[in-house]
Design a protein around this ligand. Structure first.
Ligand SMILES: Nc1nc2c(ncn2[C@@H]2O[C@H](COP(=O)(O)OP(=O)(O)OP(=O)(O)O)[C@@H](O)[C@H]2O)c(=O)[nH]1
Ligand SMILES: [Mg+2]
Length: 221
């Protein structure tokens, strides 16, 4: 069986950074790692970044995993044919309902083929703080809460930047969720060597500068 990890989290949370760091760690341990990137647009920066971290990258563009389920399934089957032992699949930052639209159908259709990991949602502690304090647009708060709601585990990014302790706020928003630091705290180290890496400091945009999408299910499919 292939281990399949679906990684969710809000726009800019640190998903690609995590996926790339994990790909490196797992490859060092002898795993064959395939990555699946996803966006609603047609051209993915994340795909180019991920190609720096793994030889096996499948891109699903033009829609979220939720409305491109068949493409995701095909990508996982292709990864299996390529001999992958682990797949890391990064969902679009505005995606919600991953359990209902992706994990449950995969479990139903391929009970002996894919071993589905608990849903991991990457969270930027500063963003979490903004949400908890009501400093974001209601659409952002809605998406953020929806993503947290279905998380089995929350991975807090940017641990290397001395973030605020948000465990209390996290528990208030999502009681009982497991949380831990994202293993990708050394973002610059994990992305070193790739010409596409953005070397500017991580985004600290306020709610007014967030590129907003309405909190609706993806319509691109
Ligand atoms: N220092 C530091 N920077 C981070 C960390 N995680 C992410 N970043 C930075 O934050 C920015 C966004 O990170 P990405 O990994 O691209 O975030 P994402 O969730 O994949 O973003 P989208 O796919 O656009 O939604 C990049 O500039 C990263 O280098 C971290 O743990 N530490
Ligand atoms: Mg990304």
């Amino acid at each position: 069986m292939i281990d399949v990890h679906v990684i969710g989290g809000f726009l800019g949370a640190g998903k690609t950074t995590l996926v790339r760091a994990l790909a490196g760690l797992l490859t060092d341990r002898g795993e064959r790692v395939a990555l699946v990137t996803n966006d609603q647009g047609r051209s993915l920066v994340d795909t180019s970044l991920c190609r720096c971290s793994s030889g096996f990258v499948h891109e699903i563009a033009g829609g979220c995993f939720c409305c491109r389920y068949d493409d995701l399934e095909q990508a996982l089957l292709a990864a299996e044919r390529e001999g992958a032992t682990v797949v890391l699949a990064e969902a679009v930052g505005s995606c919600t309902d991953l359990v209902a639209t992706v994990l449950s159908p995969l479990a139903d259709h391929h009970p002996t083929r894919f071993k589905l990991a608990p849903l991991a949602v990457v969270v930027d502690p500063w963003r979490l703080q903004e949400v908890a304090e009501g400093r974001v647009h209601e659409d952002v708060a809605y998406l953020f809460a929806k993503q947290l709601e279905e998380a089995d585990v929350v991975l807090l990014s940017r641990a290397d930047l001395d973030p605020p302790d948000v465990r209390g706020q996290l528990t208030a928003l999502r009681p009982g969720v497991r949380s831990s630091r994202s293993p990708a705290s050394e973002a610059t180290a994990s992305t070193r060597g790739c010409p596409l890496v953005r070397r500017s400091p991580p985004r600290r945009s306020s709610s007014t500068t967030i590129a907003m999408r309405r909190p609706k299910r993806c319509s691109a499919g």
